[in-house]
Ligand binder design. Sequence first.
Ligand SMILES: [Fe+2]
Length: 204
Amino acid sequence: MQVLHWQQPWHGPVSRHNPDFSGPPPQSEGPFYPDQPPLDQDNDLVRVAGRSGQAKGKILHLTGKVLDDRGRPVSGTRVEIWQCDALGRYHHRLDSPLGADPDFQGFGQMEPAADGVFRFRTIRPVPYPGRAPHIHFKIKSRAFEDLTTQMYVAGEPANQRDYLLNRVPATARTSLIVPLKPADDMEQNTLAGHFDIILGKNTS
Ligand SMILES: [Fe+2]
C-alpha cells in the first residue's frame, strides 16, 4: 500500500468573531480521494447497492453539523467522506485490490438540510501502516471555501505517532479527535461519534 499523503501546511479556521470557536483545521486530502466514485455513493457505506452482504468491521454512526464561525448551521453544502475498509484497503487504483472488502462502499456523501446535520453509517476506521485510524472529509460549499480534513479516534495509541495529526498544534488537535461511544440504542453492537465542521472563510 502507498501510505504517502500530500503535505499541506496547517491553517486553522479560527473564527473572526470568537477566537475560542474554531473547527477542525484543514488536513491533507491524501492520494486516495476516489478516482472512480462508486456507483453507490449514499451515506450508508456499510451496504453496497446490489450486494447482500454487510461491510466487515465495527459499524459507526457518524454525525455532525456544518456550522459557520458564529455557530450557525450552514446549508447548501455537500459532505463527502472516504476511508479504507476494515482490511486496510482503499478502493482506489493506487491501492491493492487484493483482499479488499467488496461490501464496503469506501466513499459516501450527503447534503445536509438547513440544520446543517450530516449522518453517515460507516465503519470504525482502522489503522494501516504509518497512519492512525482516520476518516477523510471534504465539505463542498457554495458560500464558503471547501474544507478538506481528517477525523481521528480518541484513545487510539497510534495518534501519538501519526505524523499528520502531530503537525497540528496541540490546541487545535483536539478538534480533529472524536470519542466513540457504544450506540446500542441505535443499532446493536455499534458505535457513535460526533464531528462538527466549521467553515470559516466566506468567499461570497
Ligand atoms: Fe488516509
